[in-house]
Design a protein around this ligand. Structure first.
Ligand SMILES: Cc1ncc(COP(=O)(O)O)c(C=O)c1O
Length: 332
């Protein structure tokens, strides 16, 4: 395995004037932009090499995924999370937010409510509204530094004939990693209320606590597998979000077909560079990813130690990098 030094996580790279969404937002102000999950690390050398090889071909026409690339996603779930995914369940989309919209539209044609965590990544509230639905909020609990859907409140929550529940694991914001038993309770609520759960797992590979691990919702039960859409991407963990590439895993053929039908005329062909970078990340990115998580863990621990010296400020010992310096501070 390469050492951290080889990956240059300490190197400061100027990003102003590169049309960076993150850095242009507060361009002329003395603000460190920590508002978006976009790190300032160079990509893994294996990704850069794959992009350069693709660039050298100098033809960037319409691109399509194939059985082999779908199988790479299936292998990723098997190797990383020990769960079985079939290549044919994989659908490629330019982004997870687009998939939230497609899922709501394809699943909720005759339903006007979408269940969604009360405190969530903003698109969890705006995509239902943009799709002509109301967002029916699920209460949250905050306990021992974990902000998550309140499971006691959930069990008594009136699903009001909604068909879809949006879910984020690890939870953004807050970084809570749901446990197997918590996921089982959510699955059981979905079964009782005949809900399909859309599980945004985009941050799954950036878990900093060594005693925590990600459980894909689709692995929880056969009901969960057959009644869910799992959204994933290499974009956050490997800092390639600008290459607009992600996947949905949909085991149920009828849910998958409806989702794919909804893409018609809206979602264009895949980006060759996003495709190349994602496959390189899945196939060869693990050593870099492991090193990045170690590096981020040390940054997180440093921040916790420094903030603990300041009066009236608490820092949540969160698990995810994007939480650091964003909304992690609470004032007494
Ligand atoms: C939970 C969550 N889902 C989705 C996204 C964005 O995904 P994409 O860029 O693939 O649309 C983000 C970005 O921060 C996120 O935090």
């Amino acid at each position: 395995m390469q050492k951290n030094d080889d990956f240059e996580f300490d190197k400061i790279i100027e990003r102003h004037n590169t049309n960076s969404l993150k850095w242009e937002k507060y361009a002329l102000q003395d603000i460190i932009p920590l508002w978006v999950a976009d790190t300032d690390f160079k990509v893994a050398p294996v990704i850069q090499a794959a992009i350069e090889a693709r660039k050298d071909h100098a033809i960037y026409g319409y691109t399509r995924a194939n059985q082999q690339s779908n199988q790479m996603v299936a292998d990723y779930y098997q190797v990383k999370y020990g769960c079985h995914v079939k290549a044919e369940w994989v659908v490629w989309i330019p982004g997870v937010v687009a998939s939230l919209s497609l899922a709501i539209r394809s699943l909720s044609k005759h339903h006007d409510q979408v269940l969604t965590p009360d405190i969530a990544y903003p698109y969890f509230h705006s995509t239902p509204l943009a799709s002509g639905k109301q967002d029916n909020h699920l209460a949250m609990s905050y306990d021992q530094g974990r902000l998550r859907v309140d499971l006691e409140a959930l069990e008594n929550h009136d699903a009001q004939a909604a068909r879809v529940m949006l879910f984020c694991n690890p939870q953004n914001p807050g970084g809570a990693v749901y446990t197997q038993s918590e996921l089982e309770r959510i699955d059981s609520y979905c079964e009782t209320n005949q809900l399909v759960l859309v599980s945004d797992e985009i941050h799954a590979d950036i878990i900093l606590d060594e005693d925590k691990f990600h459980v894909p919702y689709l692995s929880v039960s056969n009901h969960a597998l057959q009644n869910s859409i799992t959204l994933g991407a290499a974009s956050k963990a490997f800092n390639i979000a600008g290459l607009a590439y992600s996947w949905a895993v949909i085991a149920n053929p009828s849910i998958r077909q409806d989702f794919v039908n909804e893409m018609h005329g809206i979602v264009s062909e895949i980006n060759p560079f996003g495709y190349t970078a994602t496959l390189a990340a899945l196939a060869h990115g693990e050593p870099w990813l492991t090193a990045m998580n170690i590096y981020l863990r040390a940054n997180r621990d440093y921040l916790i130690a420094e903030f603990s010296l300041l009066p009236d400020i608490n820092m949540s010992p969160s698990s995810l990098h994007f939480w650091l310096g964003w909304t992690c501070l609470s004032y007494n």
